[in-house]
Design a protein around this ligand. Structure first.
Ligand SMILES: Cc1cc2nc3c(=O)[nH]c(=O)nc-3n(C[C@H](O)[C@H](O)[C@H](O)COP(=O)(O)OP(=O)(O)OC[C@H]3O[C@@H](n4cnc5c(N)ncnc54)[C@H](O)[C@@H]3O)c2cc1C
Length: 407
């Protein structure tokens, strides 16, 4: 490998690769089309999961030489799990189930922390530059298409810190919504795994639901969101280019968690360029089984409505009662096992579509599913009020970082 390394994309996957390579003495250039790292996400909260490996993710970060105190994070061991029939239960663990971090361009975000660590290691980041994958050694360029979207509203609140996770096929078609409150700032987000004409109404109705059930004292600030691209490539190294993070389809198909996969795959790519192992083999050993398990879970979730979600929630709580640890169930979801392995060929045919990309790569993509009859319903009066409130916030300068046309 030449001493100069070029990386496409200054997201978490690109920056983690870059830092490790620069620390090993390489002349690393990262090319980023946006004006800053984190600009794809504008102040929203995201969770870094702690269940796909027995090792705590922050310990892994430390092993790789990253300083997790560089960014703000809040650990959670308990959530409100909202069943589709509005029953609330509490999966919990003694340890850390996940950590909430902020994305964006503010100093305390994880994106800016990774940018700082890269710069301190000697990485040269070129912002506002569009490059093609062919010009780079590592492709860390994030999503290309949409398989699902998420819409959220950020607001001021006096409510205590909390994470609530709601399985609900009406408010979040095929998926879930969530409420995260950290130090006076809240985020209500709904994820849509079936494509809708007027996606904003799902967010309005979801906010109305949380307002009815939590004392939120909500003052909207802005609306955020984004798309997720879910696909499994036939190979992770193509023409000597290494594909990492979301660009390589390395993220969770079930819930959309991708940060841990992005950083881990970035680290693996760097170490492989430094000669420690073969990226294709290592990514297949460490990450692909998790991605496949999550895709199988997503396939099953796509087949069930609220009745199936209720069964999942009940099973989760039964498992917690038996084991005394709510995290066990999440860990179990990612264990390949015989049943899931047997389902894989059906999932590949039933959920993924082969796509031949212009660069010669082949990806088995999950298309954005069509809406169903049950997705059209009349908004509640409360949801209409939420919409009016947002219109007023918007007219006073409330920003929107993701519009329905961005899909
Ligand atoms: C709304 C939303 C909520 C999410 N919530 C969670 C969560 O709670 N937990 C979690 O773990 N994950 C979550 N994810 C997923 C997670 O954010 C992603 O999986 C992760 O950020 C992917 O990182 P990446 O480095 O692969 O890609 P990105 O962060 O997308 O970085 C890629 C970078 O490449 C740049 N780029 C693209 N093309 C070019 C080009 N041609 N030239 C130069 N630069 C280019 C882009 O501008 C971008 O900055 C969420 C995603 C969305 C959309």
């Amino acid at each position: 490998m030449s001493a100069e390394v070029h990386i496409l994309g200054a997201g978490l996957s690109g920056l983690s690769s870059a830092t490790i390579l620069a620390k090993a003495g390489k002349d690393v250039h990262v090319h980023e089309i946006r004006s800053d790292s984190g600009a794809r996400f504008d102040g929203d909260f995201q969770g870094i999961e702690n269940w796909t490996s027995d090792i705590d993710f922050f310990e892994e970060l430390a092993d790789w030489g990253f300083d997790a105190t560089e960014f703000k994070s809040d650990s959670f061991g308990i959530i409100d799990l909202i069943h589709p029939d509005d029953v609330v239960t509490n999966p919990k663990t003694e340890g850390v189930a996940f950590r909430v971090v902020e994305r964006g361009t503010a100093e305390h975000t994880i994106d800016q922390a990774f940018k700082r660590m890269a710069l301190e290691s000697g990485v040269k980041i070129h912002y506002g530059v569009k490059k093609s994958p062919e010009e780079c050694d590592i492709v860390a360029a994030g999503p290309r298409e949409s398989s699902a979207v998420a819409y959220g509203e950020i607001f001021h609140t006096s409510h205590r810190n909390l994470v609530a996770f709601q399985l609900n096929d009406k408010l979040a078609p095929g998926a879930y919504s969530y409420l995260i409150i950290i130090d006076g700032i809240g985020l209500i987000c709904t994820c849509l795994w079936r494509k809708q004409r007027n996606s904003g109404r799902y967010l309005d109705e979801t906010i109305a639901w949380y307002e009815r059930n939590y004392d939120l004292d909500r003052e909207p600030i802005k609306r955020v969101g984004g798309k997720g691209d879910f696909g499994i490539p036939t190979k992770y190294v193509h023409e000597e280019r290494l594909y990492v993070g979301e660009a390589g389809g390395l993220q969770d198909f079930m819930w959309g968690f991708g940060m841990r996969y992005a950083i881990t795959s970035g680290v693996l790519a760097a170490k492989s360029l430094l000669g420690e192992f073969d990226y294709e083999k290592e990514v297949r050993r460490r990450l692909v089984p998790l991605v496949k398990a999550s895709a199988i879970n997503r396939f099953l979730m796509n087949r069930v409505g609220d009745r199936g979600f209720k069964m999942v929630a009940n099973q989760w709580m039964r498992d917690q009662k038996r084991n005394g640890d709510g995290l066990n169930f999440m860990r179990w979801l990612y264990k390949p096992g015989l049943f899931r392995r047997a389902l894989w060929p059906i999932v590949k045919i039933g959920m993924l579509r082969r796509k031949d990309l212009s660069d010669g790569r082949v990806v088995h993509r999950m298309p954005f599913r069509k809406s169903l009859k049950r997705d059209s319903w009349d908004p509640s009066i409360e949801a209409e009020r939420v919409r009016e409130q947002w219109k007023s916030t918007r007219s006073k300068g409330g920003a929107v970082s993701f519009k329905e046309t961005d899909e």
